[in-house]
Design a protein around this ligand. Structure first.
Ligand code: URA
Ligand code: SF4
Length: 192
């Protein structure tokens, strides 16, 4: 299955109850040929309205961190664990995440990232390990198959608690090092 076909299928998904409250499905954005993928939790209000991931305040902060390590949205791919906005921005229920992971798994298979960064606990506990602690394990690269996974603070958490910003920045600088080691082409402007 090709990426555009997958997107079209996902955009009409009614597999879980979150389909009822959404304005738009937020499938993902960026370069699906990139070896670097970011995964957040799920759409908030702005994302739901625009159909794009990380376009609110958290997204502005994410763009800033990407910029610090000379990346932007054209050089990476950005998606979420759940594609539809949970009501009142509550955490996705385990069964909603489990159901929606079907789509993320298909994206992962087609993108085949060398590096996958989990933004926040929800993504890290789903994709790295169920007991992942951002406080204790942020910035650690863990290899699973051909992909290196790393979890770091969610930008929304950094907006709430700015004392963690330097730590998150250090994680992004470590990410830059890992990209240079594993897929330096990202920095040579050629994609994968
Ligand atoms: N928070 C997320 O986890 N994902 C988004 O797309 C926006 C905010
Ligand atoms: Fe489908 Fe995911 Fe939206 Fe649920 S959250 S309706 S599984 S796209």
């Amino acid at each position: 299955m090709q990426f555009d076909e997958l997107r079209a299928q996902c955009e009409s998904c009614t597999r879980c109850g979150l389909c009822q409250g959404r304005t738009n499905v937020v499938f993902g954005m960026g370069n699906p040929a990139s070896p670097v993928m970011f995964v957040g939790e799920g759409p908030g209000q702005h994302e739901d309205e625009q159909g794009l991931p990380f376009v609110g305040r958290s997204g502005q902060l994410l763009d800033l961190y990407l910029d610090v390590i000379d990346l932007d949205r054209s050089k990476v791919y950005i998606a979420n664990v759940v594609k539809c906005r949970p009501p009142q921005n509550r955490d996705p229920l385990p069964e909603e995440s489990e159901t929606c992971l079907y789509w993320l798994r298909q994206q992962y298979k087609l993108i085949h990232p060398k590096i996958l960064v989990c933004l926040g606990r929800i993504a890290a506990q789903r994709l790295i390990e169920p007991k992942f602690s951002v406080t204790r394990q942020h910035g650690e690269f863990i290899q699973k198959g051909s992909t290196w996974f790393m979890g770091t603070y969610h930008p929304a958490a950094l907006l709430r608690n700015m004392s963690q910003k330097p730590t998150a920045l250090a994680d992004f600088i470590a990410l830059r090092g890992k990209i240079e080691e594993l897929c330096p082409e990202v920095y040579q402007g050629t994609g994968k």
